[in-house]
Design a protein around this ligand. Structure first.
Ligand SMILES: C[S@@+](CC[C@H](N)C(=O)[O-])C[C@H]1O[C@@H](n2cnc3c(N)ncnc32)[C@H](O)[C@@H]1O
Length: 216
């Protein structure tokens, strides 16, 4: 089977970073608190993008952090936010360039909804996790921003990109935030994937899906 990464178009990257910074900080902070409560030592962030989540995690604990993303353009933002304290690897979530059992924690935010092969995504997570390791998946990120606020913080050109992205989501998903899976879908995906997870938590609130799994 051919696996194609679902990249963010290069021309949208800068706008995405700004929106994340202004509308997502609280979200990344709260995810970092959840991650830190499980005290990981070696952590992988899949679809890390700008790395703001890792920067928040690194404020809370000492941990070796690796972010992977198929969109290379994020690298300079990632280096800026993580201050060079985390590694960025350009890679595909479906074919992670890591040996089995390389991490004790895998986190991923705002990625699941974009994936055409979610089973394969969970299989790769399961493969690179040690036995007893955790994965926390949140989807999508609640990057809501009013048009007024966007107009204030973005340049005219970025505002046009923001509007296009927003209109696209509204047309496609009926909401500014992209559609994501329901809890029942995730349970089916996990059942039909070759993984060995215990489901610790699954929850969907305000459009954000939370999945916490532990590898047997
Ligand atoms: C909506 S962004 C989320 C970025 C960041 N995690 C956040 O919470 O803001 C989705 C990210 O997943 C990346 N991505 C999508 N499909 C991917 C794949 N198959 N392999 C690696 N990265 C992927 C995109 O390039 C993008 O950076």
């Amino acid at each position: 089977m051919e696996y194609l990464p679902e990249r963010i178009p290069n021309e949208c990257v800068e706008t995405y970073v700004k929106i994340s910074e202004y509308a997502g900080r609280e979200f990344y902070r709260s995810v970092a608190v959840e991650v830190a409560s499980l005290n990981p030592k070696r952590l992988l962030d899949i679809g890390t993008g700008h790395g703001i989540l890792l920067s928040e995690i690194l404020k809370l604990l000492r941990c070796e952090c690796v972010g992977i993303d198929c969109t290379r353009t994020f690298f300079k933002y990632f280096t800026h936010y993580t201050k060079g304290k985390a590694y960025f690897v350009v890679a595909d979530a479906y074919l992670l360039p890591f040996k089995n059992c390389s991490f004790d924690f895998v986190v991923s935010t705002g990625v699941l909804h974009a994936l055409r092969f979610p089973e394969r995504f969970f299989e790769e997570i399961s493969r690179v996790l040690v036995s007893g390791g955790f994965t926390l998946v949140k989807d999508p990120t609640p990057l809501k921003m009013s048009l007024d606020k966007a107009k204030r913080i973005l340049s005219d050109e970025e505002f046009e990109i923001f509007k296009t992205y927003r209109d696209f989501n509204i047309k496609l998903f009926g909401t500014e935030i992209p559609w994501t899976f329901e809890k029942e879908d995730v349970i089916e995906i996990l059942k039909s994937s070759d993984t060995d997870f215990n489901l610790i938590k699954i929850d969907k609130r305000d459009g954000v899906l939370t999945i916490l799994l532990r590898k047997s």
